[in-house]
Design a protein. Structure first.
Length: 678
């Protein structure tokens, strides 16, 4: 065998790069929740809510690991932290509270807890009767290191512990001192985190005010608030309806566009292509010689009248939500001043809006990809800023799915940065992934498919997705029972009880819901058979209503909204659970508040024509009750009281008498709140 002189052997340091000390970080942090698209987008919360953070935290071997949630407001340099506790299967959990509007950041940091690992090993060896003298010295050295890291009065008290562990006295008291709760607490507060692992990304939370999560909306055309169908009502006239809306318990009064309406290609009654001289046109055909998106339709009054209307609404406890529709009539000043902001056809004309086979000759869509796109985007941001200056902080955005996602991400980020109190509702009845992406890029709330979910199976499947999957972290549905565009066949055919059913569902399945005026009067005549358009749609003409009709649902609506405001369980989308029934027409579900103290059980007859009855299975064990318990429930609609026994109970609902029970479950005062609803 041939050998080489030692001096001729190439050193490993000549060929192998120096190892990074980061490789000594043994703990793995992964699968952190909540996060949206690997942290690309923020999760949503409102002020005062907790963010519950879970992560897989583990390391090689059998050492104990410690972990914290690191969190801070965006822009802060220093992290705050909240401890995490162990769940099953290397899963850990912690939380932090968001207490201000804006953005928060969070991540997870974890480390080997050498002292807790040492205590566990010491306990086992001592329990087996082994000599642990050396182990006690090891522990003393760890305590001394903690004293050196964090000097102070508390550390001074532990000096005696170090001496005791290093002494040669009896083992029993030294072991007891080493395993004491005081020492464990001292060391837990001063872990050696020099080799801690931090999750490889910083996640974000968008924090909004409560109105972004919980509100009842009422939609009203102010031009229809008068008594003369031949002319537009003014804002001063519309002010007279504010007490009526407030008395029904609504929080938000949403107005369709209030801007000047174009005359070119103006639509007539029932969307007729030819308008008469007295037809008011569609409010969504924005712009005329009187101005564009920052002007008021002359028939409604002036900007001063609008300001007074906003103030009067606030005095009634109502916030005004304004429709923002980024499109223009052929008469809009943009068309004359910035023709390059629109798509030009080969013949030089501007392309009008289409949704084949529908045509909107009175509307020009904006070209967000025009050569002058920067000026266009900045102008549209200015539109929002203008109305914010006039007291509007809630916006319902028309058809955002027909504008670029990148525009919305940019403009909403900018507006939220400057005005964190603003709330944006996305009106996008489109493909699921598009609706969800709009929610991710910054919309506070979203219209939903609720209108078209009418059977038991449809409702259960859809709301399970919205409330029990990761979708809930960013998609907040606003359940409108009807809109000026949507009169579902269920309402057309079911009569007054159908409106009651859909109201109960909208108001109790979701924390945010809305109705369009006329709903309380059970307006249900379609333009034609098979159509979801209203006959004599208010989009194209002025509708004067008798809101004092004896058959109005206004009192019922007021009662429902009062129940919502009194019960925290109904102020969140989370906490929803569906329950078994033996009748497909009876839907049973409950909602429980985050602290577990408020529990509401809702039973609805989905058949608006026929009496339905059957048995409902209550999840007594999930409610921390025994399977044979007796529960006391109060119907919040009728104030009737029932005592139900065991899991299965009988229900009978006749739509001519009542369409639903909204039951407050009287939980025993001593009952420990369950976490099963979280």
């Amino acid at each position: 065998m041939t050998t080489r002189p030692l001096s001729s052997v190439t050193s490993r340091s000549d060929t192998v790069p120096e190892l990074d000390p980061q490789l000594l970080r043994r703990v793995i942090v992964e699968a952190v929740e909540p996060q949206v698209d690997c942290g690309r987008f923020a999760v949503k919360r409102v002020v005062g809510e907790d963010v519950l953070v879970r992560a897989d935290v583990h390391a090689d071997g059998h050492d104990v690991v410690g972990a914290v949630v690191l969190f801070r407001r965006a822009g802060e340099e220093r992290w705050r932290e909240s401890p995490m506790r162990a769940l099953d299967n290397d899963r850990m959990q912690g939380s932090f509270r968001v207490d201000a509007l804006g953005r928060y950041e969070y991540t997870v940091e974890a480390w080997i807890d050498r002292f807790a690992s040492w205590q566990r090993e010491l306990s086992k060896k001592a329990g087996a009767g082994q000599d642990v003298s050396i182990e006690l010295i090891e522990g003393a050295e760890q305590i001394q290191a903690a004293i050196d890291r964090s000097p102070g009065p508390a550390a001074d008290e532990r000096v005696a512990t170090v001496r005791a562990l290093k002494s040669s006295g009896d083992l029993a008291p030294r072991i007891a001192a080493a395993l004491s709760d005081d020492v464990a607490a001292f060391m837990a507060a001063r872990p050696d985190r020099s080799q801690a692992t931090q999750y490889d990304r910083i996640l974000t939370v968008t924090v909004e005010r409560e109105r972004a999560r919980f509100a009842a909306w009422y939609e009203m055309f102010p031009r229809s608030a008068g008594t003369d169908p031949a002319r537009s009502a003014t804002f001063p006239e519309a002010t007279s309806l504010l007490p009526y809306v407030a008395a029904m318990g609504f929080d938000v009064l949403y107005l369709p566009p209030i801007h000047p309406i174009g005359r070119s290609f103006r639509k007539g009654a029932n969307n007729a292509l030819t308008a008469s001289p007295t037809d008011p046109g569609s409010p969504w055909a924005i712009g005329s010689e009187d101005g564009g998106h920052t002007a008021i339709e002359p028939g409604l009054g002036t900007i001063a009248d609008f300001d007074a209307f906003v103030a009067a609404a606030a005095a009634q406890g109502l916030e005004i939500a304004l429709d923002i529709a980024f499109q223009a009539s052929p008469d809009h000043p943009y068309v004359r001043e910035h023709p390059d902001w629109f798509r030009q056809r080969p013949d030089g004309s501007i392309k009008y809006a289409e949704n084949p086979p529908k045509k909107y000759q009175d509307i020009y869509p904006l070209n967000f990809e025009s050569a002058d796109w920067r000026a266009l985007w900045q102008e549209l941001q200015r539109v929002f800023e203008f109305w914010i200056e006039h007291g509007v902080t809630i916006f319902r955005v028309d058809n955002p799915h027909t504008k670029p996602f990148r525009f919305w991400e940019w403009v909403l980020t900018e507006l939220k940065r400057r005005h964190p109190e603003t709330i944006f509702l996305s009106e996008a009845f489109t493909r699921p992934k598009v609706m969800k992406y709009l929610a991710k890029v910054g919309f506070s709330q979203s219209y939903s498919y609720f209108t078209w979910r009418n059977s038991k199976d449809e409702i259960v499947e859809y709301f399970t997705e919205l409330t029990q999957t990761p979708v809930r972290e960013y998609f907040r549905p606003n359940l409108f029972a009807n809109t000026p565009d949507i009169l579902h066949a269920y309402l057309q055919r079911g009569g007054r009880p159908a409106f009651q059913v859909r109201l109960v569902l909208a108001a109790t399945l979701g924390a945010s819901y809305g109705i369009y005026s006329g709903f309380e009067l059970a307006e249900n005549v379609p333009l034609r058979s098979g159509s979801e358009e209203y006959l004599d749609s208010e989009k194209y003409q002025i509708r004067v209503r008798d809101y004092q009709r004896a058959d109005s649902l206004a009192e019922f609506i007021s009662q429902i909204n009062a129940i919502r405001k009194h019960h925290p369980a109904l102020q969140h989308d989370w906490g929803l659970s569906f329950h078994r029934t033996d009748n497909a027409e009876i839907l049973a579900y409950s909602k429980r508040s985050a602290d577990g103290r408020d529990l509401i059980l809702i039973l609805v007859n989905l058949d608006p024509v026929n009496m339905q009855h059957g048995f409902v299975q209550l999840p007594l064990v999930a409610w921390d009750l025994t399977p044979h318990a007796t529960i006391d429930v109060v119907d919040l609609l009728s104030q009737e009281r029932y005592f139900w026994r065991g899991e299965w109970n009988y229900v009978r609902l006749d739509p001519q008498d009542r369409v639903a029970h909204i039951l407050h479950v009287q939980l025993p005062a001593s009952l420990t709140p369950s976490s099963s609803h979280v």
